[in-house]
Write a protein that binds this ligand. Sequence first.
Ligand code: NAD
Length: 344
Amino acid sequence: MAIFEHPSFDEHESVHSFYDEKTGLKAFVAVHSTHLGPSAGGTRFWSYENSDLALRDVLRLSRGMSYKNAMAGLNLGGGKAVVMKPAGNYDRDALFSKFGEFINSIGGAYYTAEDVGMTTDDMRTIRTQTKFVAGLDEGDAASGDPSPITADGVFRCIKLAANKRGLDLNGATIAVQGLGHVGYTVCRLLHGIGSKLVVTDINKQAVQNAAEEFGAKTVAPDEIYGQMADVFSPCALGAVLNPGTIGQLKASIIAGAANNQLSVPEMGQSLQDKGILYCPDYVVNAGGIINIAGEIEGNYSPEWVEKKLQGVEKTLEQILDLAAETGRTTDTIADEMARARIGR
Ligand code: NAD
């Protein structure tokens, strides 16, 4: 697909494609903006049916990172990488070692870290080839797996939105989609304050664990939208808020970790028309990149992260208050604030 005409191009500064025959590596790195600093965003390791879908994903995700990093008050631009999971057998270390070489060749305009399908072990492998990587669990300013901090941020945002709607989370029902690194921790935090959980995942073991550990009700993946819940927390993949799912929703608040939850921007208006308070994904899920930013800037400390997380809460509150005052959708307000902060 032609890059400059791509519907998700959105004035990306650079888009890189990498191929290595020996390891089977096929990857894209997209640098949306370096206006506020070097671009940063995780690497997604996923089975894509074709490279068009991978390219679309990386473009949408890197733009989201520009907005997320700006809204979290970080000195970082936005970028993202996707590595297409090879169809057959592959050597994971060799694959990510080669990927590290490619990241290095970009020369510091892009810093990578964990996203879906990646581990701190993979980050260590990438680190053997480049210093432009964070989310490590050892070494100078290592910040480790960012997902617990992402989950903490999601939890705070759910609490804030519930507060705005006069909802007591003790006894409230939260539907959580996706029980991976972030979703499972969100469940644990909610369980700790007395929320009831309805959960789903395509990973049956994770579902069983949540049922046993939190007494969660478990449902099939396509049943999660129609559950009688006060809050819906998408913590799996993107585009889950679409014409097919919004009609089913009973929850009055949406706040979750997944990136690009709205299938198209118009879905923000559809949610508002249904009286649903949508907390913009890239504001809610900034905890992980905040953690990583501390590492990139070399000043990581739990205190610094806590201050930034409080900033996220403040920003979300501004958005929700402005939406309530003006009747505009939360996502358009957030986009406007982000563009103003980026300066484009
Ligand atoms: P993860 O890979 O650990 O978990 C994702 C979970 O979603 C997996 O358990 C997977 O089985 C499940 N899943 C996939 N398809 C599903 C479906 N159709 N229905 C139900 N479950 C499904 O990833 P994660 O790190 O927990 O991230 C979750 C989401 O949050 C992703 O969209 C990610 O981009 C976003 N995010 C993560 C971080 C982070 O710090 N890890 C930061 C910001 C945003």
